[in-house]
Design a protein around this ligand. Sequence first.
Ligand SMILES: NC(=O)c1ccc[n+]([C@@H]2O[C@H](COP(=O)([O-])OP(=O)(O)OC[C@H]3O[C@@H](n4cnc5c(N)ncnc54)[C@H](O)[C@@H]3O)[C@@H](O)[C@H]2O)c1
Length: 315
Amino acid sequence: MTPGAWKRSRDLFWSPRKGWPEGPTLTIADERVLRLHPKLKRAIRGELITLKAGESAKSLRTLEKLTKRALTMPRKVTLIAVGGGTIGDLATVFAHVFKRGVKKLIHLPTTLLAAVDSSVGGKGAINVAGAKNVLGVFHAADECWLWPEVFTTLTEAQRREGRIEAVKMVITLDRKTWAEWVWGLPDDAQIIRVARALKNAVVDRDPYEQTGERAVLNFGHTFGHVIESLSGFRVRHGEAVGLGMLYAIDEGIRRGITPQNLRWELEGVLPVKRARLQQWLAPKYAARVKALLAADKKAAWILLESPGRVRVVPM
Ligand SMILES: NC(=O)c1ccc[n+]([C@@H]2O[C@H](COP(=O)([O-])OP(=O)(O)OC[C@H]3O[C@@H](n4cnc5c(N)ncnc54)[C@H](O)[C@@H]3O)[C@@H](O)[C@H]2O)c1
């Protein structure tokens, strides 16, 4: 099979006792995570490249740096990405292009967002000339290692980002689980399990974004991206998506597509405050909002008809 062709990754519970894979390995790791988790650092074998996480890591410069460091490594290397979504996205691109595709890609997600979302589905991308995710690949990971202890050093704000993405998947894809979650979110282990299963099921049906099914995963992202841009990326992606979901519910109600009660249900569950949405709806932003929506490459509203049922409406 072509390296990185779509298949679900094998999800395994990992702990430092389980060690590292045999054979040549290249680990790309978030330097902060290794500082916070010396046990993890000690378990790593083979070549190790540490990077500062964040959008700036998703760059051509970092790709070049990785290439120079890995130059003498064989193509049949196992690449392990240890970090959140930025390290994972970068490593996925590198796995795809390094000597035309490495032997094996393993994700060890260290943020809740990476565990529920970015380490599932095979997408990787870097940012160029200020444009987010403009160079990217589809390259499915072979394995995903889940180590619960790594999440203990996340802040509450970082956890919220993962929970928001998980809420997005459940409200758009799974009516039955939504009926449970409206009473309160389960623990993080269950959130990860449910979200990964739901996202995998969507990607199974549309792995390379050809049928439009994957569009459901963009619920809340249309206005969420507007908020990220308006705030100069000070509002983090997860919170922006949460606010974007509230906006999408309002838009759906305005158009008579979304029932009113979903607004109360979502507000009760989402760990974001509606007041934070209001500020981005101020008249002073109206012209920029219009321009940003017009420039959005995905240019459609993903609206909820009911839990588990969405409608894609052109803007
Ligand atoms: N490929 C996909 O399908 C997909 C999906 C969603 C998001 N994304 C991408 O994911 C990125 C955002 O991911 P993210 O929020 O994980 O960002 P990130 O990787 O930048 O991590 C956020 C912060 O958390 C820190 N951190 C990581 N693990 C930690 C830990 N265990 N304890 C303490 N701090 C820790 C990092 O050092 C960083 O400062 C964006 O670039 C987004 O585009 C990709």
